[in-house]
Design a protein around this ligand. Structure first.
Ligand SMILES: [Zn+2]
Ligand SMILES: [Zn+2]
Ligand SMILES: [Zn+2]
Ligand SMILES: [Zn+2]
Ligand SMILES: [Zn+2]
Length: 237
């Protein structure tokens, strides 16, 4: 009798644990991650919470609606204001006035609006409020010079007409070869590079700052002209 009870208990435990396993593969996985994210939010570890939310999104499942609000909240804390607004909009679009976090969402919206106004009035920061600094890759010029890929920086390429021979060969009426100095390269066998027009380099928009010469850093702006840029400041990626 006793051993039978033990057996059925073990059996029940097996069912419970395997059910838990199934749940983890479906919506339950997202829910579990959301709980973990909320746990980090309670500890004000918004970096860790952010990672959990990104895991939820990468599941390619239906995201629990409330996760959209909590992710927006987390993004605002991490100063990713535009992303925060996007997720907040998704939340309010989906839930309307019946959202469980309707009031909280409204308050977050107000905070984002205040920050957006400060940022818009400031000429020294990017759209997320990070201080703009001179791009170190292009020294603020917005463009970078590259060795011309066609002539490899020589400014000249092989003459397209004589293929570098310097002479043009044709046949006369007797079928004999007639040699004539190439009129494109005047016998040199080379012509001015068609890509850089002999400049030897090509100018491209700086990929680091997209040609703007300055870029948002990893330091938050004080929205004042006077700002001491910390020595370790780098462009935000
Ligand atoms: Zn140049
Ligand atoms: Zn060239
Ligand atoms: Zn030629
Ligand atoms: Zn640049
Ligand atoms: Zn600013």
């Amino acid at each position: 009798m006793r051993s039978w009870t033990m057996k059925s208990m073990v059996f029940c435990l097996l069912i419970i644990s395997s059910y838990g396993g199934w749940a983890q593969t479906g919506q339950g996985r997202a829910k579990a991650l959301l709980e973990e994210a909320k746990g980090y939010m309670a500890k004000e570890d918004y970096r860790a919470a952010d990672k959990k939310f990104r895991q939820i999104l990468s599941l390619n499942e239906v995201v629990p609606t409330e996760a959209l609000y909590f992710f927006a909240f987390t993004l605002e804390k991490n100063h990713q204001l535009q992303s925060s607004r996007n997720f907040l909009n998704k939340y309010t679009d989906l839930t309307g006035k019946s959202g469980e976090y309707f009031n909280e969402a409204k308050m977050l919206q107000n905070r984002l609006d205040v920050l957006a106004r400060e940022i818009e009035a400031c000429e020294y920061c990017d759209n997320d409020g990070f201080r703009l600094i001179t791009c170190s890759q292009c020294d603020g010029s917005g463009h970078i010079d590259d060795k011309c890929p066609l002539c490899h920086g020589f400014g000249e390429i092989t003459c397209h007409k004589c293929l570098g021979e310097g002479v043009q060969i044709s046949k006369n009426q007797f079928g004999e070869n007639v040699y004539k100095t190439c009129d494109v390269c005047t016998g040199k066998g080379k012509e001015t590079c068609t890509q850089c027009r002999g400049e030897k380099h090509v100018v491209q928009d700086c990929p680091r700052c997209n040609g703007l010469g300055r870029s948002g850093s990893d330091v938050l702006c004080n929205h004042k002209e006077h700002f001491i840029i910390p020595s370790m400041t780098q462009i935000k990626n």
